[in-house]
Design a binder for this molecule. Structure first.
Ligand code: ZN
Ligand code: FE
Length: 257
């Protein structure tokens, strides 16, 4: 029996989260992205963990900007998308869609999820029911489409949406309150969304994180996962439209919200 992974989460920059994933038996520790090298190194020190890996989700500065400093300080191995290797500083090991690798006895599955950037990947660890989704999926939201098309992002989210209900979703930003306000504007009749918003508002008032979320909660309340759900489609007045068009319109409205 493998030991469970311990997740240590901490705020970084203005609204990012940093994550350390520790496997005690083999003494492995990965950080998910490198939003702030100084903070990550301090958290490692505080936990007494030695960093062995960085799992990068995408090339943006608040995700890969600390790579070289963290690698210099720890000698860790950097894993990232082979199809975006030129934009991932210090990349050592390349992975692509459908790959999996071992992390201390746990299988880590890699999915390419183009949309926010064309080279975005997510990391899914089924035996621990958890996933690190970077800027692809947020609590009640999704990443802005800087590089990919709505069709690409809808496909990416549709694949993520197949994960089991109890999957804990670690997204990279605390955007939940603003996302939820938008979600209410397009899905006002959604009771699950309304009660979730009450909980989220209460948490944020007490300065508590709303991450991780779960796949079940997202399927019920995230407008960007509901482009093919009749109640949602009716709610934004697009009955009969293709899901990809409903998704694109929802994303457009969020950009202007
Ligand atoms: Zn980003
Ligand atoms: Fe980001």
């Amino acid at each position: 029996m493998n030991s469970n992974l311990e997740i240590h989460m901490f705020p970084c920059r203005s609204d990012n989260y940093g994550f350390l994933v520790h496997e005690p038996q083999n003494g492995l520790t990965a950080c998910i992205d490198t939003p702030d090298a100084r903070v990550i190194l301090a958290e490692l020190e505080r936990k007494g963990w030695t960093l062995t890996h960085i799992f990068n989700t995408h090339h943006h500065d608040d995700h890969a900007g600390g790579n070289l400093d963290v690698k210099r300080a720890t000698g860790c191995t950097i894993i990232g998308n082979g199809n975006d290797a030129k934009r991932i500083p210090g990349i050592d090991v390349t992975v692509t869609d459908g790959d999996s690798f071992d992390f201390g006895g746990h299988t880590v599955q890699v999915l390419e999820t183009p949309g926010h950037t064309v080279g975005h990947i997510v990391y899914y660890i089924p035996d621990q029911s958890l996933a690190f989704v970077g800027d692809t999926l947020f609590a009640m939201g999704c990443g802005r489409l800087f590089e990919g098309s709505p069709a690409q992002m809808w496909d990416s989210l549709s694949r993520i949406r197949r994960w089991p209900d109890d999957t804990r979703i670690y997204c990279a930003h605390e955007y939940t309150l603003a996302n939820g306000r938008f979600a209410l504007s397009v899905d006002a009749g959604n009771e699950a969304l309304k009660s979730r918003m009450d909980e989220v508002a209460e948490k944020r008032r007490n300065n508590q994180p709303t991450v991780p979320t779960t796949m079940k909660l997202e399927r019920e309340t995230n407008p960007f996962l509901r482009a093919d759900v009749p109640e949602f489609v009716a709610s934004i007045g697009m009955q009969g439209a293709a899901p990809v068009d409903v998704f694109a319109e929802t994303r457009r409205r969020k950009d202007d919200f």
